[in-house]
Design a protein. Structure first.
Length: 182
């Protein structure tokens, strides 16, 4: 059995890898740290994108843990160029996990990349809970790997931040949304 938390980063100033959290995002990260500090986390692994690392830092400070980064947790690239109808295209990739736009990743490719990070962390966890701090689309794809009923509508409902508890226990694995936004 394994237990981990998937955390979507707090409010950021943009989508670029170097985009920092906004002032509201920094306050969210502090609130998040307060709500998650008692979960017994022994490891925090984040996407190297600045907004994910800044989301993880207050929790790491409270717990006296380092923020580890893993490139496999970066956001999924939908396409190599900006798509004016990107939401529709994203929805299509949830319906067809092998659909891949030029310069991008399919849902299946992105999920496999992210799940490789999850599986490595689970193997090293020895039953101790850990947190992954990532991005909305990749987080949804990770959750979908555990619960195939999760899809595009769940991505649309996701907030910044958002937190999901994932309990892995063979066929009994489950995903529970934890973030109340308060």
């Amino acid at each position: 059995m394994g237990l981990f938390y998937v955390i979507r980063h707090c409010e950021a100033e943009g989508q670029a890898p170097g985009a920092p959290l906004t002032a509201a995002g920094r306050a969210q990260a502090e609130r998040l740290a307060g709500q998650l500090a008692g979960l017994g986390l022994r490891r925090i692994i984040a996407s190297p994108y600045r907004r994910a690392v800044e989301t993880a830092e207050p929790l790491a400070r409270r717990l006296g843990l380092p923020v580890e980064t893993d490139e496999r947790l970066v956001e999924r690239v939908l396409a190599g160029e900006s798509l004016p109808d990107w939401r529709e295209k994203l929805a299509q990739t949830f319906a067809d996990p092998d659909l891949c736009f030029a310069g991008g990743e399919s849902s299946r490719q992105a999920a496999a990349r992210g799940m490789a990070a999850v599986e490595a962390a689970l193997a090293a966890a020895e039953g101790v809970p850990f947190a992954l701090v990532t991005h909305g689309c990749l987080a949804t794809l990770l959750l979908r790997a555990v619960d195939p009923a999760i899809g595009f509508a769940d991505w649309e409902r996701m907030t910044t931040p958002d937190v999901y508890r994932v309990t892995v226990s063979g066929p009994e694995s489950r995903v529970d949304r934890m973030w109340s936004g308060r």
